[in-house]
Design a protein around this ligand. Structure first.
Ligand SMILES: [Mg+2]
Length: 387
C-alpha cells in the first residue's frame, strides 16, 4: 500500500502541481456525468456500476455522450467568474449563474434554486444575496447546491482563509442556511488539502478537516440552525467524526455508510459522504476491479451508494482528482463526458491564477447569517430535487 501511495504521489507531482489541478476539475465533471445514470436510485448493485463504467471504454460511442448537469453548469460559471475577475466578484458570479440557467435550463436544477436564479437575472436587483436569503420563508436552503460547485475556490486561492471565505460567499448566492454554505466550505477545504498532498496521510487529513470545521462551525448562525434542525451542535464536525470512525473499521458495508453519513441532497448528507468515498478508496477494495486506479475506485464506490450520485461523485471526483492527478483518469472516460476537455483547459488557467495571486479576490461582501427555523424546508433525502 505504501508503494501504491508513493506511486500516486509521484504521478500527481508535488503540492499544487498542474496535474492535481487538472485532476480536480476533470474529476468533478466526470463524477457529475457518470453519476447521472444512477441519480435517485435507492439501490445500485456494484455490477451495474461496473457495467456502466466499462461501457465508457466503447470507442463506437460518440464524444461527450454523457451530458453534465447543474453541478458542472454552475461550477463552470464559478470558474469563468474567478478567471475573468481574477478573484471573487459576487455580482459577476450571480449574473453568470442566472445567464447560464436562462440559456440552458434543462440541466436538472431543483425548483428552489430556479426561483433564486430567476430573481438573480433581474437588472433591478442590488443585493445579489437577497434572493437566497428569501428562500424557505427567509430560512435559506441547506441543500448541496453550494458544495457541488465549491472545488474551483480551492483552485483559485492558495490561502486557506480565502478558500473558506470565498467558498462560503459563493455558496450564499443560492444557499443562505449555514448547513448549506458550511458544506461548501468543507468541500473546498477538502480539495485544498488534497491539492497539497494531504491525503498521503489519511488520518491527519480527516483530523485537519475536523479542526478547521470546529472553527467554521463555531458561530451563532451554525448553533442556531443546528438547534432548529435538531442536529449536533456542530453538524459537519459530528459527521466528520463518524467518517473517522468508519475509517477505523476493517469492514464497512454500503448500508452502514448510508445510515451513518447519508446519500441525500442536503449538504450534511452528502459532503462528508463524498469525503469518506475518497478515503475508503485510497487502497484497493475487494469488490472493485484490481486494475482500477484510485480515482476509478472512488467513482465506482460513490455511484454504488445510490441517492444523489451525480453530486456525491462530482464532489468525490474533485477531491480524488486533486490527489491522484490527471494521469490516472482514463482518456476514454474524459472523451465520453461533456465538458471534461473544457475543464482540463480551465484547470491550467486556474493553476496560473493560483500561483500568481498571494492575495485573495477582488472583492467580497460582509457575511450574512441565516435566520433560524426550517420547518417548511423538508430534507427529502431520497428525492432527486436539489433544494
Ligand atoms: Mg446534478
Amino acid at each position: 500500500m505504501a508503494v501504491t501511495a508513493a506511486r500516486a504521489a509521484a504521478a500527481a507531482g508535488g503540492p499544487a502541481s498542474l496535474s492535481r489541478f487538472r485532476g480536480a476539475l476533470v474529476g468533478a465533471v466526470l463524477g457529475d456525468c457518470v453519476g447521472g445514470e444512477f441519480e435517485g436510485a435507492e439501490e445500485v448493485p456494484m455490477e451495474n456500476v461496473l457495467r456502466h463504467l466499462n461501457s465508457l471504454d466503447d470507442d463506437t460511442k460518440g464524444d461527450g455522450i454523457l451530458e453534465y448537469s447543474d453541478d458542472t453548469a454552475m461550477a463552470r460559471c464559478v470558474v469563468q467568474s474567478l478567471l475573468t475577475r481574477a478573484g471573487f466578484d459576487e455580482q459577476d458570479m450571480a449574473r453568470r449563474f442566472a445567464k447560464e440557467y436562462s440559456v440552458s435550463p434543462g440541466r436538472g436544477y431543483g425548483s428552489g434554486v430556479i426561483q433564486v436564479l430567476k430573481k438573480l437575472s433581474s437588472p433591478q436587483l442590488s443585493d445579489v444575496f437577497q434572493p437566497a436569503r428569501d428562500q424557505f420563508n427567509g430560512r435559506g436552503s441547506f441543500g448541496n447546491g453550494g458544495a457541488m460547485r465549491a472545488a474551483p475556490f480551492a483552485l483559485a486561492f492558495p490561502d486557506l482563509a480565502d478558500v473558506k471565505r470565498f467558498a462560503r460567499l459563493g455558496a450564499m448566492l443560492t444557499h443562505s442556511c449555514s448547513l448549506g454554505y458550511n458544506g461548501a466550505v468543507l468541500q473546498a477545504l477538502a480539495v485544498h488539502l488534497s491539492l497539497q498532498g494531504a491525503l498521503d496521510l489519511p488520518q491527519q487529513f480527516i483530523s485537519r478537516l475536523i479542526t478547521e470545521m470546529e472553527e467554521v462551525e463555531g458561530d451563532e448562525a451554525t448553533r442556531s440552525d443546528a438547534r432548529v434542525l435538531k442536529e449536533a451542535e456542530k453538524p459537519f464536525c459530528d459527521r466528520l467524526h463518524r467518517v473517522k470512525d468508519l475509517m477505523d473499521k476493517s469492514k464497512v458495508s454500503i448500508e452502514e455508510v448510508i445510515s451513518e453519513l447519508g446519500n441525500g441532497i442536503a449538504a450534511l448528507h452528502s459532503v462528508p459522504t463524498a469525503i469518506f468515498c475518497v478515503l475508503h478508496c485510497l487502497q484497493p477494495r475487494e469488490n472493485l476491479p484490481e486494475n482500477y486506479g484510485g480515482l476509478q475506485r472512488t467513482m465506482a464506490y460513490s455511484l454504488a451508494l445510490g441517492g444523489d450520485t451525480d453530486t456525491i461523485a462530482c464532489m468525490a471526483g474533485a477531491i480524488a482528482g486533486a490527489h491522484y492527478g490527471i494521469e490516472t483518469i482514463p482518456q476514454t472516460w474524459i472523451k465520453c463526458c461533456e465538458g471534461a476537455e473544457d475543464a482540463d483547459a480551465n484547470a491550467e488557467h486556474l493553476h496560473t491564477l493560483y500561483h500568481q495571486s498571494p492575495q485573495g479576490g477582488v472583492s467580497g461582501t460582509g457575511m450574512q447569517s441565516c435566520d433560524a427555523g426550517l420547518e417548511n424546508q423538508s430534507d427529502t433525502s431520497n428525492s432527486t430535487e436539489k433544494l
